[in-house]
Design a protein around this ligand. Structure first.
Ligand SMILES: [Fe+2]
Ligand SMILES: [Fe+2]
Length: 293
């Protein structure tokens, strides 16, 4: 029997396995088509309606979100045209990205990973990243939701394609002092941030997005966009810190205070003031996921 002794050998084995996973899901077609339309200078409603209308379950979900208390409308939204008007293009992009990725990675909840909590954590980190980027005046707002939403995709990949390793990682965390990243590196030779970035590269996402996913736990190591990486890192930390949802694997996430200086946050006290405004936002956003699942 083959015995793998060193971490670099484990890493090589994981990289080979990743490269060979023929089941590694392709980028959701819907995400690609909708992004093309929505990223245009002047997005065309009609084209978007055509794309969304191809998928009846998507139509139902978009309508139920438009009719949800989140938008508090008096009139019932029954058509896609009206839904686009109510939600707006940027909200729709969020919904479509989230729905198509959730659909692609659907997996069973088990004792090791609660799918609902995982997607809630992803969605909240995405929404909060977008909000923080806007509040601090970064021009990265457009990318912020997707980067935040996808930041932990590596966890979904390990859970689905390396399930026995996921179990070992879980047990290592339970029985040792190792945190999530250390346990992953111990077992797979690489962590979920690196694996998520691998997937993003596979999906031909822009290099800056792949880099941000790779460095969401150590934003200052981001070579292409340490500002966005810092925003994602903070949003990730806040969703855990404010305990919105119950996402377990990353629960001991440590905040990189050095990276917070990128957002002009220099002390714990400044941090407290900064975060106090976001709890209500997160609670409201957590309502939205109910309509996505
Ligand atoms: Fe993470
Ligand atoms: Fe996370």
């Amino acid at each position: 029997m083959e015995i793998i002794t060193t971490q670099s050998q484990r890493r090589t084995k994981t990289e080979m396995a990743l490269a060979n996973i023929f089941k590694l899901p392709p980028i959701p077609k819907l995400l690609l088509e909708a992004s093309k339309i929505l990223d245009a200078k002047t997005p065309k409603s009609k084209e978007l309606v055509d794309v969304i209308s191809k998928d009846q379950s998507l139509v139902t979900k978009v309508l139920s979100i438009a009719n949800s208390p989140l938008f508090g409308l008096q009139r019932k939204v029954t058509s896609m045209d009206f839904a686009i008007l109510v939600l707006g293009f940027s909200e729709l992009k969020k919904i479509i990205s989230a729905l198509s990725v959730i659909e692609t990675f659907k997996n069973k909840t088990d004792k090791y990973l609660d799918q609902k909590e995982f997607w809630l954590h992803s969605f909240l980190t995405g929404s909060l990243s977008e909000k923080i980027a806007e509040d601090v005046g970064f021009s990265v707002k457009g990318e912020a939701f997707l980067a935040g939403f996808l930041h932990d995709m590596g966890i979904a990949v390990i859970h689905r394609f390396f399930h026995s390793h996921f179990v070992t990682i879980y047990e290592l965390q339970q029985n040792t002092e190792l945190n999530l990243l250390e346990a992953e590196t111990e077992v797979l030779g690489m962590n979920h941030a690196e694996i998520g970035s691998f997937l993003a590269e596979n999906w031909n996402f822009p290099p800056s997005l792949c880099d941000v996913i790779k460095n969401h736990h150590n934003p200052n190591e981001s070579t292409s966009n340490f500002l966005l990486a810092s925003v994602i890192h903070l949003a990730d930390f806040l969703t855990m810190h404010l305990k919105i949802g119950n996402f377990e694997p990353d629960k001991n996430l440590a905040l990189d205070m050095e990276a917070m200086k990128n957002m002009r946050i220099h002390s714990e006290a400044e941090m407290e003031t900064f975060i106090s405004g976001y709890e209500e936002f997160l609670i409201n956003q957590s309502e939205a996921i109910r309509y996505l699942n």
